[in-house]
Every structure is written in structure tokens, then in C-alpha cells.
Design a protein around this ligand. Structure first.
Ligand code: NJP
Length: 239
């Protein structure tokens, strides 16, 4: 389709699979993450698999200044996929406030900054799309996940508000809420391994989540829960 699709958190997991899928469908992926070397290798692999050369930029989404300058450098973007994020599953009393702040800096303020950076030109063109990778945790809270769940509730709220605000502007807003997905996410989020063990049976593969996310570019929808029964199932989980 030739659309220029910027993907944050493109160096691993869901974001990496999204990048492949965008290129396979003829779009031009713009890969963003902190690990530049990983992104460069990934771009080579995507190019040899699809003949499409992705663009690559190092970006820490929690660095407001860097977000601004990086998106200025990138220029025109048709779709922004706000995917960068991480989780920390730990008892509330054992979680330092600084950890909560850091999590919000990435999961919430990071995507606000990225979205602010791309919206003016999309509004000017009266065309564009912002896709938020939130989580089932934006709807269902589980124990030992207060900060993560709050951050994802915030993401969904931002997307819902923005969608209403941008109605009739030509800019579309979509939210994806995946259940547990087989990625590196749990290495950082769940050091005890207990959550991963519980959800292992029902984990989705990242390529499926990516495919459904990229489908939203061709057929925009407001919100997508993956899979749809997960919302009910997740209520039973104890960490
Ligand atoms: O995780 P992982 P996923 N600035 O760890 C990047 C949500 N989700 O693919 O910077 C910029 O494989 C990091 O890159 P790097 C989840 O909350 C997941 O599963 O190089 N980028 C890497 O590319 C998240 O929003 C599950 O370290 C930063 C990527 O983020 C999204 O899906 C379930 C960054 C993380 O890749 C992708 O996570 C669910 C920063 N400061 C929602 N910090 C699940 N896996 O079960 C990290 O409901 N990144």
C-alpha cells in the first residue's frame, strides 16, 4: 500500500512482528526502539524477506525532546502504532514510587509525546491513523499489577477521548487489547515466573496479534480485544 507506518517498540515481540507484517503487505515500516543494533539487523532481515527497506531510528519514548526531534527527522507518517511498553508485576507495598513513575513515563507519557508529535501533520492532511497497543489490563485489573493496569487503563482512556475529539477530522484512532502474548514481556514483568506459568496455556503468538493489528490499517475499527473471550477468562487469574 506504500503507507509509512511508524512502530514504537519495534525491536522485539509484537512490534517486531508488526514491522514484518507491514512490509509483507507493501507498507514501509519505520522502526523505533532504544536498541539500534537490533533494529538494524531486523531491517536487513525484513528487506531480504520482503524487498522493502524499513527506516530505523533509535528512540526512547520517555525522552520528550528525543521524541520531538526524531519525528521531525522522520517526516511524513501515515500510521503511528504506539506499541512500546513494559510491565512490572510485583506486590504493591514492594513497588517503589520511582518504578511506577518510570512505567508511566514509558507506557503513558511516551505515547502521549509520540502522538502529539505526529498529529499536527495528520490533521493538516485530514488523513492518518493512530493505533494504541493497550492491553486486556486496560479493562481487567489483576493482583500485583496496579501500576501496569493503571497505565493501560490510561492508554485506553486517552485513545477513547482522542477518538471522540478527532471524529470528522479524517484521523482515525484504534485500540488493541491483547491478552497474554508470547514475547520477552514476561522476562521483565514477571521475575517469579508464576504469572507466565498460569497463562502459558492461553498465550497468543505475537504474529497473530501483529496481523490483527495491521488489519486495522486496512479495515479501521475502534477497538479490538484479542481474543474476545479473554476478558472473561482473565478475571479468574491470580498472580
Ligand atoms: O514486549 P517486548 P511485547 N522506549 O518486551 C520497547 C503490550 N502487551 O511485544 O527499547 C522505546 O517483547 C522495547 O525495545 P527496546 C505491552 O504492554 C503485551 O509483548 O529496544 N521503546 C521492545 O521493542 C507493550 O505495550 C502483552 O528495549 C521501548 C518493546 O518495547 C506491547 O504490548 C500483553 C521502551 C517491548 O517488547 C509490546 O510488548 C498485553 C522505551 N523506553 C499487552 N521500553 C504480553 N506480551 O503478554 C521498552 O496485553 N521499549
Amino acid at each position: 500500500s506504500g503507507k509509512r507506518v511508524a512502530i514504537t517498540g519495534a525491536s522485539s515481540g509484537i512490534g517486531k512482528e508488526i514491522a514484518y507484517d507491514v512490509a509483507r503487505r507493501g507498507g514501509i515500516p519505520i522502526l523505533l526502539a532504544r536498541s539500534l543494533d537490533v533494529l538494524e539487523q531486523e531491517a536487513d532481515m525484513i528487506e531480504s524477506a520482503t524487498n522493502i527497506r524499513p527506516f530505523v531510528y533509535r528512540l526512547d519514548v520517555s525522552d520528550e525532546q528525543a521524541v520531538q526531534t526524531t519525528f521531525e527527522e522522520i517526516g511524513n507518517i501515515d500510521v503511528l502504532i504506539n506499541n512500546a511498553g513494559y510491565g512490572r508485576f510485583a506486590p504493591f507495598v514492594e513497588t517503589e514510587l520511582s518504578e511506577v513513575r518510570n512505567l508511566f513515563d514509558v507506557n503513558v507519557f511516551g505515547l502521549i509525546a509520540c502522538t502529539k508529535a505526529v498529529l499536527p501533520s495528520m490533521l493538516h492532511k485530514r488523513c492518518g491513523q493512530v493505533i494504541f497497543v493497550a492491553s486486556l489490563a486496560s479493562k481487567v485489573s489483576t493482583p500485583k499489577a496496579s501500576a501496569y493496569s493503571a497505565s493501560k487503563h490510561a492508554v485506553r482512556a486517552i485513545a477513547d477521548s482522542l477518538r471522540l475529539e478527532l471524529a470528522h477530522t479524517g484521523v482515525k484512532v484504534s485500540t488493541v487489547n491483547p491478552g497474554p502474548v508470547r514475547t520477552n514481556f514476561f522476562e521483565r514483568a514477571d521475575e517469579s515466573g508464576s504469572y507466565k506459568e498460569q497463562v502459558d496455556r492461553i498465550m497468543l503468538n505475537a504474529d497473530i496479534v501483529a496481523r490483527k493489528t495491521v488489519d486495522l490499517i486496512e479495515r479501521p475499527r475502534r477497538e479490538l480485544d484479542l481474543p474476545r473471550w479473554m476478558g472473561i477468562a482473565a478475571k479468574g487469574y491470580q498472580l
